[in-house]
Design a protein around this ligand. Sequence first.
Ligand SMILES: Cc1cc2nc3c(=O)[nH]c(=O)nc-3n(C[C@H](O)[C@H](O)[C@H](O)COP(=O)(O)O)c2cc1C
Length: 180
Amino acid sequence: MINDLIRSRRSIRKFKDKKVEKGKIDQILKAALMAPSSRSRCPWEFIVLDDQDILSKLSTCREHGASFLKNAPLAIVVLADTEKTDVWVEDASIAASYIQLRAHDLGLGTCWIQVRNRFYSEGVETNEFICQELGIPRHYAIECMIAVGYADEEKSPYDEESLKTEKLHYNGFRQGFELN
Ligand SMILES: Cc1cc2nc3c(=O)[nH]c(=O)nc-3n(C[C@H](O)[C@H](O)[C@H](O)COP(=O)(O)O)c2cc1C
């Protein structure tokens, strides 16, 4: 059930020392390729990474927030052709979410690593660093990397009782929307 998947998906940053099966990688990528995109331009592309040296190198792509990548068995880089559409950020983000949910559906944990608008070092963007490492052409931009693997940590599912219902509005911004 999609609702159970949404409730129980959590960011996983500790992974077992176990490879992700090719069949599961295939299923995840098929889901990504079915993500909707504006005007069906499909600007996204996906790079599968399972080479430990590359994963280690890319775990340094930011000062904080990416170091766990060096212990992940797999990552999927979500990038887009920025010349295809002005809404590649939205398109790539939706595809990344599909990857996270489908991976979770297959019993895998994931975590989003933000790339866009982040820095490797002063004056060097994370995007530039990764594009250079992976030989990505200039007119592509990376939205994120999704680390994937078998979870080696447990996290509680979301609890409907503690949802931020104050975020909900009804017929304008002044009135709250009551959930039952
Ligand atoms: C757009 C976006 C960027 C994120 N960037 C990072 C990141 O760079 N590093 C990281 O460890 N987690 C990152 N996360 C994961 C969030 O920290 C996580 O989703 C949030 O704390 C909620 O926890 P949950 O995923 O377990 O529900 C990102 C999530 C999103 C949606």
